[in-house]
Design a protein around this ligand. Structure first.
Ligand code: TYM
Length: 335
């Protein structure tokens, strides 16, 4: 049986947090043997909002090191940086020319981000087309992502189907979003009604970053917003969103059922014990990753070598696909 092909990506900006880990990275790592995998540090996506060039350069290598430290194995998966494979930007243009503007204007992430900025860059609107290309140029069957990226994968399906119907062929594979049952939407600790997000990690107590030291993790959980009650149970009540989020993190980290999780806190004396209990399992999960990350970052030349191998493997798949698109669309390929 041939393995299903998986593509997923992560932006190198800011600090990777437990939402990224539980919603995406951990699931990539877990299914590496079952699938044929392409994982991409999407630096071109980061340019859709203003960046400090030095910080972006550093964050790109650091992101690759985080993924390796979390367990992405370059012998099993192709790990690469998006801008190293020119097919992505090139093919994005071709997809732009079959994607109606209205489809992009409807994207909720675009609307949210654009509303917060005075001047919106064209790249921000076009971001989902670049993402669609990432997936489609690899003929990916599956796209493991957190809940917030589902709409972009659905748009990818629409673009694939439109291209296929315009050019009369089954040219693109129409991919499936794969959203985990737990951990798909980790909320901010300071505001459990908003998802944990990289752009807010600078705010004290908003996120737990993958690379945070144990003391910092404990401090952030202790500051987490809860409510004035003391009941430690899963609940859909918006007033209990903070406790629900903490229990959800604990559930995702431990893999326990909701009743097992509640049983673990049955003797807790209050939310202080809950916060401490959640912090402890998160620290245990993240400590080995942080240690491996620190080790990997000591050898940037080796990181660059691994990324060069990844880029070569990725180019071998995506460039022929983009060349075939050009041909179908009526461009003359150079001899
Ligand atoms: P990015 O970098 O914002 O996030 C990377 C992954 O983490 C997931 N995620 C979360 N999961 C649970 N709870 C949260 N609070 C949380 N925040 C983020 C995201 O859903 C994502 O899976 N556009 C994408 C990157 C991308 C991509 C692609 C993904 C570019 N090309 C092709 C898949 C396929 C992004 O900005 O993810």
């Amino acid at each position: 049986m041939t393995k299903k092909r998986v593509f997923s990506g992560i932006q190198p900006t800011g600090n990777t947090h437990i939402g990224n880990y539980l919603g995406a990275i951990r699931n990539w790592v877990a299914r590496q043997d079952e699938k044929e995998n392409f994982f991409c540090v999407v630096d071109l996506h980061s340019l859709t909002v203003p960046q400090d060039p030095e910080e972006l350069r550093y964050a790109t290598r650091a992101m690759a090191a985080v993924l390796l430290a979390a367990g992405i194995d370059p012998d099993k998966s192709t790990l690469f940086v998006q801008s190293h494979v020119t097919a992505h930007a090139e093919g994005c243009w071709l997809l732009n020319c079959v994607t109606p503007l209205g489809w992009l204007q409807r994207m909720t992430q675009y609307k949210d981000k654009a509303a917060k900025q005075e001047s919106v860059l064209t790249g921000l609107l076009d971001y989902p087309v670049l993402m669609a290309g990432d997936i489609l140029f690899y003929d990916a069957d599956e796209v493991p992502v957190g809940e917030d990226q589902k709409q972009h994968v659905e748009l990818t399906r629409d673009i694939a189907q439109r291209f296929n119907s315009l050019y009369g062929q089954e040219f693109f594979v129409v991919p499936q979003p794969i959203i985990p049952e737990v951990g798909a939407r980790v909320m901010g600790l300071d505001n459990p009604t908003a998802k944990m997000s990289k752009s807010s990690t600078d705010k004290r107590g908003h996120a737990i970053r993958i690379l945070d030291e144990p003391k910092e993790i404990m401090r952030s959980f202790k500051r987490a917003v809860t409510d004035s009650g003391n009941e430690i149970v899963f609940s859909a009540d918006p007033a209990k969103a903070g406790v629900n989020n903490l229990l959800g993190i604990y559930k995702a980290v431990t893999g326990k059922s909701e009743s097992e999780v509640e049983a673990d806190f049955a003797d807790a004396r209050g939310y202080g014990d809950l916060k401490k209990g959640v912090a402890e399992v998160v620290i245990e999960m993240l400590t080995p990753i942080r240690e491996r990350y620190e080790y990997l970052m000591q050898d940037p030349a080796e990181l660059d070598r691994l990324l060069a191998v990844g880029a070569e493997q990725a180019t071998a798949v995506s460039q022929p696909k983009v060349n075939a698109m050009k041909e179908i669309m009526g461009l003359v390929l150079p001899k």
